[in-house]
Design a protein around this ligand. Structure first.
Ligand code: PAF
Length: 301
């Protein structure tokens, strides 16, 4: 395992790997790795010859009153987790190494996809994400890059950015990894007190309740069903006094409905989401839905 903190050194290693005909997988992170990150690294290691993990708390994607200064950091632990999961390189640059000229004058804005939900609650956040991910892609030149579906909108932003800029990288989304009680794994969970940690499970419960409403619907295309599902999620969150809802929304794609939720627990902002796959049962000629993450896992495999 090599830990590199210089852009040139990181680029040189991965250039050499590609010249030798090896595929490069990249797992961009902000560190404080957990099992969710480890699952991305394992997938990359299974699919690519060389897996590199980046650990960089990117100032560009934090708002003025957000948790940049207090964001949890532990590089030694991150390196151990990355190595155990199959990475051979960790890139952990200082802010000055990534942004040597001071404030960046070039920023990537992915219109439309960045709007609403996280984009509305965290103005400028996705410009910071798109800019740093484009920079990491430019430095590392990965063949494949892996992101968690917990940051569902971020994944859409990164995919669109890579497609619009014709970047030669395949972007993959990987399923959310949850604690036994349903809480989505997040580096920010460490901020929660025991009471807040228990209350935070309401996000997953709200998603399940919203998904159940959709699953029982006979005509899923009705926008009233989607609005009802958002209301169900909001009502479940409202039952937990320690948790304050930011948004609960349902969006529709070709193959699924995606329920998305964001809330504050004390000073900690948490997000989560759940897919409800559309399916067509040829035997019964009835269309319906299935609300399981295992279905998503199957889709991802
Ligand atoms: O999801 C994250 O950890 C970050 O937003 C990312 C993609 C590493 C960019 O800083």
């Amino acid at each position: 395992m090599q830990v590199i903190d210089r852009v040139d050194g990181f680029r040189k290693e991965l250039d050499a790997a590609r010249v030798a005909g090896r595929t490069v997988g990249l797992v961009p992170t902000m560190g404080y790795l957990h099992e969710g990150h480890a699952s991305l690294i394992r997938r990359s290691a299974a699919e690519c010859d060389v897996t590199a993990v980046t650990v960089f708390v990117n100032p560009l994607q934090f708002g003025a009153h957000e948790d940049l200064a207090s964001y949890p950091r532990d590089l030694d632990r991150d390196v151990a987790i990355a190595e155990d999961a199959g990475a051979v390189l960790v890139f952990a640059p200082a802010v000055e190494e990534m942004y040597p000229g001071g404030p960046v004058l070039t920023s990537i804005h992915v219109a439309a996809v960045s709007e609403g939900m996280e984009g509305a609650s965290r103005p400028g956040h996705f410009d910071g994400v798109a800019t740093v991910v484009a920079k990491l892609f430019a430095i590392a030149g990965p063949c494949r890059a892996y992101f968690g579906e917990k940051d569902y909108q971020q994944l859409a932003v990164v995919r669109r950015m890579a497609a619009d800029l014709s970047l030669p990288v395949d972007v993959f989304g990987c399923p959310i990894v949850r604690e036994a009680d349903g809480l989505a794994m997040s580096s920010r969970n460490v901020y929660l007190s025991p009471e807040q940690r228990a209350a935070a499970t309401v996000l997953h419960r709200a998603l399940e309740a919203g998904a159940a409403g959709l699953a029982h619907s006979t005509d899923l295309a009705h926008s009233t069903d989607l609005a009802h599902s958002s209301d169900v999620m909001a009502a479940v969150v409202a039952s937990e006094s320690l948790v304050h809802l930011d948004y609960a929304e349902v969006i529709e794609t070709d193959h699924e409905y995606r329920l998305l939720i964001a809330a504050r627990v004390g000073k900690t902002r948490l997000i989560d989401n759940l897919g409800v796959a559309k399916f067509f049962d040829a035997g019964s000629e009835a269309s319906g839905s299935i609300s399981t993450e295992s279905r998503l896992r199957r889709d991802a495999d």
